[in-house]
Design a binder for this molecule. Structure first.
Ligand code: CMP
Length: 140
């Protein structure tokens, strides 16, 4: 699977605002196959572990609190060039800088509450997919 998967989360804000269906529709229309998916409420410990790479950043506490504030949709997506193509589909981290028509431009409210997560490399996509899903929960 290496090289053609990415990992995403529809974050608590977008879930709360009723955007799960619309965001999944963008994902489908973008040509991604959903190979794993779950609806889950992360504990602060799990959210903190997932974002441990940002531990020293000033926004880490806020990020962990937000990501554990309500349920998320976690999914593994398959497509050629998945990481880069998904980052194009969702737009810049800061929705104020995201291109028109991208998921973050349409559904994010701020840089902290930016609707969706997308892996930043093939290596991290595998790490993040394996963090949330066991082998029997992925159907590539
Ligand atoms: P994500 O792609 O999930 O990866 C790390 C997250 O940290 C990012 O999306 C943002 O939601 C969040 N983040 C990055 N920069 C900032 C910032 N300056 N202030 C608050 N949150 C941020």
């Amino acid at each position: 699977m290496a090289g053609n998967i990415t990992f995403t989360m529809i974050k608590p804000g977008a879930v709360k605002n009723g955007h799960i269906g619309a965001i999944l529709n963008h994902i489908n229309k973008g040509g991604f196959k959903i190979v794993a998916m779950k609806y889950v409420h992360l504990s602060p410990q799990m959210a903190g572990q997932f974002y441990a790479v940002h531990k020293e950043r000033p926004f880490y506490g806020e990020l962990v609190e937000f990501m554990s504030s309500g349920p998320i949709v976690a999914a593994v997506l398959q497509k050629d060039n998945a990481v880069e193509d998904f980052r194009t589909l969702i737009g810049a981290t800061n929705p104020a800088e995201a291109a028109e028509g991208t998921v973050r431009k349409l559904y994010a409210t701020s840089i902290g509450e930016n609707a969706v997560h997308g892996s930043d490399s093939d290596e991290n996509a595998l790490i993040e997919a394996n963090f949330h899903f066991s082998g029997t929960e992925m159907f590539a």
